[in-house]
Design a protein around this ligand. Structure first.
Ligand code: ZN
Length: 92
């Protein structure tokens, strides 16, 4: 990753990984507000922690459980699986 002061350049894999983390984050926020009855403004910190450790299998379950949502509780778009990595994260 390099920053040139104008825009932030991520490698293709870096971009996918970044999208994946955003996706984990937003799905988790939605899960907390919908299922665990958290207030919308209290989910962000929790999601910041868990976004890095959610396993793909868990994410798929969350997604199914939430019926493939497109927006997080703050109305931001959740990146869809088509934006994501095809190979296992261990190879990154
Ligand atoms: Zn958040």
């Amino acid at each position: 990753m390099a920053e040139d002061g104008v825009s932030l350049h991520l490698s293709r894999l870096g971009w996918k990984r970044a999208m994946e983390i955003v996706r984990n984050h937003r799905l988790w926020e939605l899960y907390l507000t919908n299922e665990a009855d958290y207030a919308e403004d209290h989910v962000h910190e929790d999601a910041e922690k868990i976004e890095h450790i959610l396993e793909p299998g868990i994410v798929r379950q969350l997604e199914q459980h939430l019926d493939f949502p497109e927006l997080d509780p703050h109305g931001k778009p959740i990146p869809q699986p088509t934006h994501l990595v095809a190979q296992p994260l261990a190879t990154l």
